[in-house]
Design a protein around this ligand. Sequence first.
Ligand code: FES
Length: 95
Amino acid sequence: KVTFVSEKTGSAKTCEVGPNDYMLDAADEHRIDLNASCRGGVCGTCVSKLKSGQVDQDWLTVLDDGNVLSQEQIAAGYILPCSAKPLSDCVVEIN
Ligand code: FES
């Protein structure tokens, strides 16, 4: 399960996200308002903060295609939901 928490309103929604599903696709399916553009780990629009849990992030895509996230952001827990799959239950703060 992934819980999406809105940074602005604090409202939270939890949904099932399979291990092969990208978090952004799941958010869309459940009508969770998550800003996105490229959907491929390139633009950084979807950047969100992982508050708990673990994800499988396509870091290679991210880093090769123009350093969307800095090493500092990655270390601080920021992820790109469009190219991240959950490895456990997660809580994600979305903008
Ligand atoms: Fe572009 Fe996620 S939508 S990086």
